[in-house]
Design a protein around this ligand. Structure first.
Ligand code: NAD
Length: 338
């Protein structure tokens, strides 16, 4: 029995998480779900986006499965996601983007694993305005890169490549301009790469890298980069394989992990039964692998891929003629998994 803190999240969160929990329960793996609130749902009830009882639950379970959280813009709240990642020292954000058969897209063979440093860089939360006569005349933001933060995420990428027999690791940076922060990240990557002689290593500057990913993403394998660049490149990678409804993410630390989708709470489609539950369900697949439940993970992955290939039970983002929504798509995955 695995104890998991379940955070339904905001916007489309509760509906896609309900579908995902049904799929995970259908595997036969025993989960004890402890439901806790965070984000806007928690602000309404507890007047804070990260209530104490949610943190306590994750401290005990060391494992959370979460829906996307809305962070209100500019009214004094820190990003809840960033806060959770820092609180539990979840140093690597692991975001795979792989092609699905059956989708009519330009590229058919994308298989990119992005490892994003998850607690530092421009997301360190050190920002302020400078005021004169009561108006903001400037704003400053401090990016922190530590040797140890860089080492942990870069080593994770190389270990992942070794374990999964991947060929190449690309470190993405902007060390030509950000000589200290990006420079240190790149320096550490070169040092660590020497310990993995069997893995091809290359470095790419973020802007050229973004262009190359769009021109031919199939040349990329494992990628590792700093927080902001990783955030942007993983949405870009999602776009290459069919959109944000498809790509999951795992936040990995030494003693805890949080599994989720790459996408946010999608307020524009909330309450319409059209949100694609695949991304969080694939987050569930990553959680099953993390727990060593390989057979169950493969079963869910296979069911999702089969249904997407057939195109009948999918949400409208994948097939605009489909009559299915979040509920029907999720139920069909659960049925086949069972
Ligand atoms: P978003 O990812 O929520 O949505 C971007 C676009 O993708 C929207 O058009 C949306 O409809 C579409 N989309 C997203 N998920 C989808 C799905 N499952 N199926 C079909 N279409 C989907 O990004 P946003 O609108 O910029 O952000 C909304 C909120 O989410 C913000 O408050 C942001 O801070 C938050 N956010 C949270 C997380 C997280 O919890 N990990 C990640 C990103 C953004």
């Amino acid at each position: 029995m695995y104890n998991v803190t379940l955070i339904p999240g905001d916007g489309i969160g509760p509906s896609i998480m309900e579908a995902a929990v049904k799929v995970l329960d259908a595997t036969g793996v025993k989960f004890e779900w402890e439901e806790r609130l965070a984000g806007m749902a928690a602000v309404e009830k507890f007047d804070t986006p990260i209530p104490f009882e949610t943190l306590e639950s994750i401290r005990k379970s060391r494992l959370a499965f979460k829906g996307p959280l809305t962070t209100p813009v500019g009214i004094g709240y820190r990003s809840v996601n960033v806060a959770l990642r820092q609180e539990f020292e979840l140093y690597a954000n692991v975001r795979p983007a792989t092609s699905f058969e059956g989708l009519d897209l330009r590229y058919k063979n994308v298989n990119i694993m992005i490892v994003r440093e998850n607690t530092e860089g421009l997301y360190s939360g050190i920002e302020h305005f400078i005021k004169a006569d009561g108006i903001n005349i400037a704003a400053e933001s401090t990016a922190i890169i530590t040797r140890s933060g860089a080492e942990k995420s870069i080593r994770y990428a190389f270990e992942y490549a070794r374990k999964n027999k991947r060929k190449r690791v690309t470190v993405v940076h902007k060390a030509n301009i950000l000589k200290c922060t990006s420079g240190l990240f790149l320096e550490v990557a070169h040092e660590i790469a020497k310990e993995y002689p069997e893995i091809e290593f290359q470095d790419k500057i973020i802007d050229a890298c973004a262009m190359q990913m769009v021109m031919d993403p199939t040349v990329f394998d494992v990628m590792v980069t700093t927080n902001l660049f990783g955030d942007i490149l993983s949405d870009l990678a999602a776009g290459l394989v069919g959109g944000l409804g498809l790509t999951p993410g795992a936040n990995i630390g030494k003693t805890a992990a949080i599994f989720e989708a790459v996408h946010g709470s999608a307020p524009d489609i909330a309450g319409k039964n059209i949100a694609n539950p695949t991304a969080v369900i694939m987050g569930g697949v990553m959680m099953l692998e993390y727990l060593g439940e390989h057979e169950a993970a493969v079963r869910v992955d296979k069911a999702v891929r089969e249904i997407i290939k057939e195109g009948k039970f999918v949400t409208p983002d994948l097939n605009k003629n489909s009559k299915s929504g979040t509920v029907e798509f999720g139920a069909e995955i659960a049925r086949r998994v069972k």
